[in-house]
Design a protein around this ligand. Structure first.
Ligand code: PMP
Length: 403
C-alpha cells in the first residue's frame, strides 16, 4: 500500500492541531473521508439534485439511478443475493432498532429470548431492552473471558426452545476482538435461530460475504468506513424481511393508499419511509469503491500489522494495562496506564496532536464486567502509519512522566 498516496486522498490528515501535525487515532468513532467521497456528494448536490423515485423529469431519474446504483454497489460489496435485501437506514443504530422493532413485532412474544454478549455497544443492548419493556422478551447475555473473547462454551449452553434471535458484534469497538462469526452462526442455525451481526467495526476492516456467512441480518454505518454520516445499511434475508411489518409509515414505503386499505411497497422500499438520504448513499457507494480500489485484503493486513505493532510497543510501557488481548483482534487498542485517569491521558495526548477516545465507548456493561470506568482507545484506519503509533507511544511516555 502506498501510504503517502492514500494519505493525500484525505485532506484533513495534513492539518495541524495546537501547532502539531494531527495524529488521528479515533477511527472507531468515525473515519476521515477521502476527497472522492465528498466530491461525489457535492457534485450530486450541484449538478443532479432532485428527489428520487417519483419524478418523471431528467434530474430525478438521474438521482434515482445514482441512489439505486449505490444500492447495487453495497449489494456487491457484501455479496447480498438481491438489492431487495439491502435497506438504507441512518446507521447501525437505526438498523438494529428496525430489526428489534419489526422482527420483534413479527416473531417475538413474552418469554422469548434474545442472545447478546457482554461486549456489545449500547445500540445492540438498549433496543432489546425496549422490547423487554414492550413485549416481555428476555435478554440473555453471553459472558466474555478476561482476554475479551466470547465464552463459546457458555454460548453453546445458552440456547433453549425460547431462544429466537442472536445479536452480536462482529468486531468489538472497545476490545477489537473479532468474534468467531462462522461458528456463532452455525451453532445458532443448528437450533433454527437467526443471527444479527453488528458490523459497525468490521466493515472498514474486513471483507464480508453475507451469503458465505449465511448471516440473517448484517448492519453497519457508512461513516466508520470512509463514507458520510447519517447513512447506514441493514442487510436482511428476504425470508425474514418479507414477513416483518414496516418500520415507519409514509411516502416511498407504499404501493397504494386509501382510507380503506394501504398496500405496502416491495422490498427494500417497504422499510424506507420518506425521502432517503440519496446523496449520502452516493457517498457510501464511493467509499466502498474506494475501499475496493485499495483492496480489503491489503487493508486488513496493514491494519493487523499496526495493531500488533501497537500492542507490542504499548506493552513495553511501565504500568500498562492492555484491555482486550484476544488472539483474533484488529484495529482497536484499549488501555490504562498506572493510576492515570483515562480522561487525563486523552486530554494530554490531545495537546500533543493525538486524537484518541476515552471513556466507556458506549459499552457500560462491558466496563462493569471489567471493573473499570473507561479506557483510552486508539483505533486505526487504512491511512495510519507505524510512525503515528510511535508518536502515540512517545506521547504516552510523556504523559506518564508528568504524573
Ligand atoms: N455498534 C458498534 C460496535 C459501534 O462501534 C458503533 C459506533 N460506535 C455502533 C454500533 C453505533 O453506530 P452508529 O452510531 O453509527 O449508529
Amino acid at each position: 500500500m502506498d501510504l503517502d498516496k492514500i494519505r493525500a486522498d484525505f485532506p484533513i490528515l495534513s492539518r495541524e492541531v495546537y501547532g502539531k501535525p494531527l495524529v488521528y487515532l479515533d477511527n472507531g468513532a468515525t473515519s476521515q473521508k477521502p476527497r472522492v467521497v465528498v466530491d461525489a456528494m457535492s457534485d450530486e448536490y450541484f449538478t443532479v439534485n432532485a428527489n428520487v423515485h417519483r419524478g418523471v423529469h431528467y434530474l430525478s431519474q438521474q438521482a434515482t439511478e445514482l441512489h439505486e446504483g449505490a444500492r447495487e454497489i453495497v449489494r456487491r460489496h457484501i455479496n447480498a443475493a438481491s438489492v431487495g435485501e439491502v435497506i438504507f437506514t441512518r446507521g447501525t443504530t437505526e438498523s438494529i432498532n428496525l430489526v428489534a422493532s419489526c422482527f420483534g413485532e413479527a416473531f417475538l412474544k413474552e418469554g422469548d429470548e434474545v442472545i447478546v454478549s457482554e461486549m456489545e455497544h449500547h445500540s445492540n443492548i438498549v433496543p432489546w431492552q425496549l422490547l423487554e419493556q414492550r413485549k416481555g422478551i428476555v435478554l440473555r447475555v453471553v459472558p466474555i473471558t478476561n482476554e475479551g473473547e466470547l465464552c463459546m462454551d457458555e454460548y453453546r449452553k445458552i440456547f433453549n426452545n425460547k431462544t429466537k434471535l442472536v445479536s452480536l458484534a462482529h468486531v468489538s469497538n472497545v476490545l477489537g476482538t473479532i468474534n468467531p462469526v462462522r461458528e456463532i452462526i452455525e451453532i445458532a442455525h443448528s437450533h433454527d435461530v437467526p443471527v444479527l451481526l453488528d458490523g459497525a467495526q468490521a466493515i472498514p476492516h474486513k471483507a464480508v460475504d453475507v451469503q458465505a456467512l449465511d448471516v440473517d441480518f448484517y448492519v453497519f454505518s457508512a461513516h466508520k468506513a470512509y463514507g458520510p454520516t447519517g447513512v447506514g445499511v441493514l442487510y436482511g434475508k428476504e425470508k425474514w424481511l418479507d414477513k416483518m411489518p414496516p418500520y415507519q409509515g409514509g411516502g416511498e414505503m407504499i404501493q397504494s393508499v386509501s382510507f380503506e386499505k394501504t398496500v405496502f411497497n416491495e422490498l427494500p422500499f417497504k422499510f424506507e419511509a420518506g425521502t432517503p438520504d440519496y446523496v449520502g448513499t452516493t457517498g457510501l457507494a464511493k467509499a466502498l469503491e474506494y475501499i475496493d480500489s485499495i483492496g480489503l485484503d491489503k487493508i486488513a493486513a496493514h491494519e493487523l500489522e499496526l495493531t500488533h505493532y501497537a500492542m507490542a510497543r504499548l506493552s513495553e510501557i511501565e504500568g500498562m494495562r492492555l484491555i482486550g488481548t484476544a488472539k483474533e483482534k484488529t484495529s482497536v487498542v484499549s488501555f490504562l496506564v498506572g493510576n492515570i485517569h483515562h480522561f487525563d491521558m486523552g486530554t494530554l495526548l490531545d495537546r500533543l496532536g493525538i486524537a484518541v477516545r476515552t471513556g466507556h465507548h458506549c459499552a457500560q456493561p462491558l466496563m462493569i464486567r471489567l471493573g473499570i470506568e473507561g479506557t483510552v482507545r486508539a483505533s486505526f484506519a487504512l491511512y495510519n502509519t507505524k510512525e503515528e503509533v510511535d508518536i502515540l507511544i512517545n506521547g504516552i511516555n510523556r504523559v506518564c512522566s508528568m504524573f
